[in-house]
Design a protein around this ligand. Sequence first.
Ligand code: GLV
Ligand code: MN
Ligand code: MN
Length: 396
Amino acid sequence: MWRDLLPIGRHRGSGGYRRFAWTAADTDCRAWFKAQAEARGLSFELDRNGNQWAWLGDPLAGDAVVTGSHLDSVPDGGAFDGPLGVVSSFAALDELRRRGAEFARPLAITNFGDEEGARFGLACVGSRLAAGQLTVDKAHELRDADGVSLPEAMERAGQDPGTIGPDPERLARIGAFVELHVEQGRALDLSGDPVGIASAIWPHGRWRFDFHGEANHAGTTSLEDRRDPMLSYAATVLAARQQARLAGALATFGKIAVEPNGVNAIPSLVRGWLDSRAADQGTLDTVIAGIEAAAHEHADRDGIDLSITRESFTPVVEFQHALRDELAKLLGGAIPVLGTGAGHDAGILSASAPTAMLFVRNPTGISHSPAEYAAEDDCVAGVVALADVLEGLACR
Ligand code: GLV
Ligand code: MN
Ligand code: MN
């Protein structure tokens, strides 16, 4: 499976993946998923929001055990974030068949669309739409950096955008959803375990800061006469780090757009996107309030017009204890349970169905980078753990 998947969307220069929603690379990933489903005699379904499903058993029977993840990536992402969950799902099904397992519940493998939100700015678009956590109107407003709207992009990729919207009937068929994912930290490396179970996902969100100043000549405008939005932006980045450090939270400006983006021009606009996460909502609110106050203070001082827009927010997710405990029992009890600051479709779906996650050790903890890695032995341990879980949940 990896041999066919690894070349798709891989950038020669960086070695990272650029598999953005509804691009050619995404289409190729989707074709790969469909081929894997067909090779195993599974019935393939593309849902109204562009999520892919591969079914063993009757999709309409209900109480299905569903496993899977996503195939899209962040800009220059690693090979494992997303794909490890999908590859492991197919491999776990192969393992169950090798064991001669008899299925008592339908089983489905999924590829949820646009999990990373790299192109349109909002993460987990496929699962959010299905779960009714993103309205159709808001989805229609989403645009990529070139101004292409989500419906236009879907249409160009051959997916009908006219059908997008809540899909409660389909989600009601899920009895349990289990997502396997590469760990995005070093907890398992430090504890010496190949596999762990997720406890919770931190509340997290994305905020857009628009600093409007005045374009002018870099070589002739005195410092006193400038309204330079880069200054306010830079001060805000430092304030974000300080607020996050004080609160024991995380705050990152990882994306920036500058206009006119000329080396010899004072910018007219600096637009920066803040990603911030904390263990609890109160802490996150405090951090955001602190960063916003600092941004306004600096903008006022620098003569800059500032507007701040919250583009997305995901509240804390505590994975269902009953399913978590069942996974731990199926895996022999002595398995680490860890929280994460990373968002996942399993978190979005937790409002609609019992969900759980398995993490596979990442020896460096690096993720959202071409250096993301998991050892083959650990990936195999992940597949065996997922097979054990699916067998316990879905088989006689
Ligand atoms: C998804 O990986 C996220 O947490 O940004
Ligand atoms: Mn990710
Ligand atoms: Mn992921």
